[in-house]
Write a protein that binds this ligand. Structure first.
Ligand code: ATP
Ligand code: MG
Length: 568
């Protein structure tokens, strides 16, 4: 490809709303243009990268035995009502209702419902299983704050696969195949990824893994054991129980007046104690009533853990009215003493002595609170987020890093075959629910995560397998016939060897061309200039290396191929 015949609108200015490096660099390198908040046009250079990524994904999915199909973005709302997710999805589900025919139409944020409907319609015997169906298709989600460029958008390209098995063992096999395929996809894409245990909902166990890329642009937290033995999403991360240091004597319970002080910070400052000396009482509602969670003052309740432990559905924060009715006090003064609801106590609270907590009386707290004497612990579990200073279950200290999820594999079990009554006939001829798994990868996120991971002050540094072009020829001295002929010859030779090559044949200064070459970040730069050719040399430079290799034009193709081999 020649630059003058292609379309790469590089720009100097950084758009003011672009903050994260991938967003800035995609715009500056002419890969991307925002069309509306949360939806972008991929210009030719960006689209080449996206295609390289989807090609890798497709190859690996096919290799793993998955079968490609394509499902529409427009779904009837009825199918989302059938699974019960129309409500759960809330505003994320984009509804079209400005025309009578569209009234019951939504834009698919994912395709479990549609695929389950297809499979239940055509697959009726265990003999047709297992089956794994996938697509690479556009998803729509009304993300609250689409931001960080293409890391989080309202319209994005996902590879989503769905496995159908006769039993749990079959699901384990399908899951492991997808896990392995994902590792290959990320390895081939050159991404530094970490698989982590993820929240797996009610199924629990090892039923879900996320593939994370560590980056400051991420919104998730990756929690790792210092010894490398453990990695999990902070949503899921478990901790070593906190030791009981005991105490010499139990203080008396004392009521203290804390006017207008309803936060942990206000009360601990006022009483000159630490937040970790306080018990935080968090009140939730769920479909069958109220639920109280106790955590240490410096900890936060992890709702996913609480949901999993209690098995309740529809867990959400209680309303101020509910809290006032339950505690007899205004919000901010709840405590475990005399609490009349189901109370789940976090492990860290079970080893607290002489604690400070709300008095269930407006504007009052109590001190000297001890479990056993002042309130009873009936249910205890790990229901909090891990924090700095915690240790992994094996005792190794935990570290925290910001990260972004690029892929997710999930054992669904019978979640959808139950709600949508999807069955096949088993060996004995009885109707049996499909055992499902679902597996998603964000193609745009792989692209952006690669830029987040690989860039410097001058631009992008693409991993070779997803680079828009492997080789970028800078033909200096555009008016020199020999230069242009040599550059064109090298371009043609590389291209016919199956190497993606871009030749910058613009009439521009060398410095300008080098700047653009660094910006768009192809892994290998091949410079052809008048001065070099006078000595029968061209220059080869790897984007991420300082050294410049000088070879004759005749040797250039072989030298480039050797570098590609090394970088691959
Ligand atoms: P997140 O927690 O980041 O919102 P998610 O858990 O909702 O993601 P999944 O439903 O698991 O995402 O979707 C599978 C994959 O699709 C994700 O791993 C991610 O790579 C990609 N993806 C999800 N939401 C977006 C988005 N808004 N923009 C771009 N890619 C996305
Ligand atoms: Mg996910």
């Amino acid at each position: 490809m020649f630059w003058t015949k292609f379309f790469i609108p590089t720009v100097k200015e950084t758009p003011h709303d672009a903050v994260v490096p991938s967003h800035v660099l995609m715009i500056r390198s002419g890969m991307l243009r925002q069309v509306v908040a949360g939806a972008y046009a991929y210009l030719p250079l960006g689209y080449r990268v996206l295609q390289k990524i989807t090609n890798i994904i497709r190859e690996e999915m096919n290799r793993a035995g998955a079968i490609e199909l394509n499902m529409p973005a427009m779904h009837p709302i009825e199918i989302w009502e059938e699974s019960g997710r129309a409500e759960i999805m809330g505003d994320t589900l984009i509804r079209l209702h400005d025309q009578p025919w569209r009234r019951g139409t939504v834009l698919g944020p994912t395709h479990e419902e549609i695929i389950t409907d297809i499979v239940r319609s055509y697959i009726n015997s265990y003999k047709q299983l297992p089956m794994n169906l996938y697509q690479i298709q556009t998803k729509f989600r009304d993300e609250q704050r689409p931001k960080s460029g293409v890391l989080r958008t309202r319209e994005f390209l996902m590879k989503d696969a769905y496995s159908f098995d006769v039993d749990k063992d079959g699901l384990d096999v399908s899951y492991d195949k997808m896990y392995a395929a994902y590792c290959r996809i990320f390895e081939r894409s050159g991404l530094p990824y970490t698989p982590v245990e993820a929240d797996s909902g009610p199924i629990g166990g090892d039923a879900s893994h996320e593939f994370m890329v560590v980056t400051d642009a991420g919104e998730d937290y990756l929690v790792r054991a210092g010894d490398g033995s453990y990695a999990a999403n902070v949503e899921r991360a478990e901790t070593e129980p906190i030791a009981d240091l005991g105490c010499d004597s139990m203080d008396e319970v004392k009521e203290v007046h804390t006017p207008g002080m309803s936060t942990i910070e206000q009360v601990s400052t006022f009483l000159k104690c630490q937040p970790s000396d306080m018990i935080k009482t968090v009140i939730f509602q769920h479909s069958e009533g109220l639920l109280v969670a106790l955590v240490r003052g410096d900890h936060e309740v992890n709702e996913a853990k609480l949901r999993r432990f209690t098995g309740v559905t529809g867990l959400a924060a209680a309303t101020p009215e509910q809290i006032e009715e339950l505690t007899g006090a205004s919000v901010g003064f709840a405590g475990p003493v005399g609490m009349k609801a189901r109370v789940v106590v976090d492990q860290a609270v079970t080893v607290m002595h002489n604690a400070v907590t709300g008095a269930n009386k407006t504007e009052y707290h109590i001190t000297g609170v001890n479990a056993g004497r002042d309130y009873e612990i009936k249910e205890t579990a790990d229901i909090r987020y891990a924090v700095e200073g915690d240790r992994a279950p094996n005792g190794s200290p935990l570290t925290f890093e910001k990260c972004i999820e690029v892929g997710h594999v999930f054992k669904l079990g019978t979640k959808y075959s139950d709600s949508m009554n999807a069955t096949f006939l088993d060996k004995n001829g009885s109707a049996t629910k499909f055992i499902m798994g679902c597996y998603g990868i964000g193609a745009n996120r792989i692209l952006a995560a690669a830029i987040e991971s690989f860039h410097d002050d001058n631009g992008i540094c693409w991993p070779i397998n997803i680079a828009p072009f492997a080789v970028h020829i800078c033909a200096l001295d555009q008016r020199d016939e020999n230069v242009m002929a040599t550059a064109a010859k090298l371009h043609d030779a590389l291209e016919s060897a199956g190497i993606d090559v871009l030749c910058d044949d613009r009439d521009a200064r060398p410095g300008f061309k080098f700047k653009d070459a660094d910006l768009i970040g192809c892994p290998i730069r091949l410079t052809v200039g008048k001065r070099g050719l006078a000595d029968n040399i061209v220059e080869i430079k790897v984007r991420t290396e300082e050294e410049v290799q000088k070879v004759s034009p005749d040797e250039a193709c072989a030298a480039v191929k050797a570098i590609i081999e090394r970088l691959s």
